[in-house]
Design a protein around this ligand. Sequence first.
Ligand code: GYE
Length: 313
Amino acid sequence: MKSIPCLRLLFFLSLAVSAFAGDRQVKIGFAQTGAESAWRTANTNSMKGEAAKRGFDLKFADGQGKQENQIRAIRSFVAQRVDVIVLAPIVETGWDPVLREARRAGIPVILTDRTIQTADESLYACFIGSDFYEEGRMAADWLARKVNGQGAIVELQGTPGSAPANERRRAFADAIAKHPGLKIIDSQSGDFRRAGGKEVMEAFLKKHGRAIRIVYAHNDDMALGAAQAIEEAGLKPGTDIILVSIDAIREAVQAVVDGRLNCTVECNPLFGPKVYDIIGPLIRKEPVPKKSYNKDELFDATNAAAVIAQREY
Ligand code: GYE
């Protein structure tokens, strides 16, 4: 019994040590994309909450959906001489110059959530996030089984040029190519936003009417916006039109339970702990795994009700 307070003290001491580089508090600069979706809010909360728990000094910059804001934030982190920069890149391309500036300053960069395209993979230390191609493939395979490989699909794309929009689109197209009866009849960006999903779906319904059998949305917020547009058009989402999307935010899993959404593929945003676990090794210049993917599941009418109470985001 006596050893328990001792263990507790050791635990808090170890936390305190991990929060300091030398005798300074560890400074982390985090360039977030913005606040476009419920997924993003959960991700920001995980990053902020876990930094506070571990005693890190987190400098948070909201990119408000613009790459130029994120680039400016990285430059300011370099000027403030943070220990590590964490970047959730809004789009895939155009990062090399600013990442070179960080490297010149000797500051390691962790990419979280989204990947980048670069000819020089040494410009970032590591990536932590989900496998977007795998998510798109899971959504397509589930759909093909659900509708027996038949149906006209409209696609709601995420932010143009972003890794999740690019990969989820590519994977889905690759997978449905095996089913000649499944065709994408229209595809537009709703920018990962609920209002965007609703607006684009209204336009699709005006243009294609009852020809639409299936909605594939690159995230839940857009799918929930589309479901609202479908209801306002006098149709039943989940029945008249099948909806499949990605993220598995609690509201979407609940919509699956309620039959308004048919399937959501998980994309877990709660990776604050995983990111901060590698801060110590990076500062000590120890090797870290280059790419680490979260494991994601799929929720449909068969399992949504059983998990809804435990959904953390
Ligand atoms: O799916 C979407 C968000 O990059 C995985 O961005 C993330 C995506 C997520 O806005 O909801």
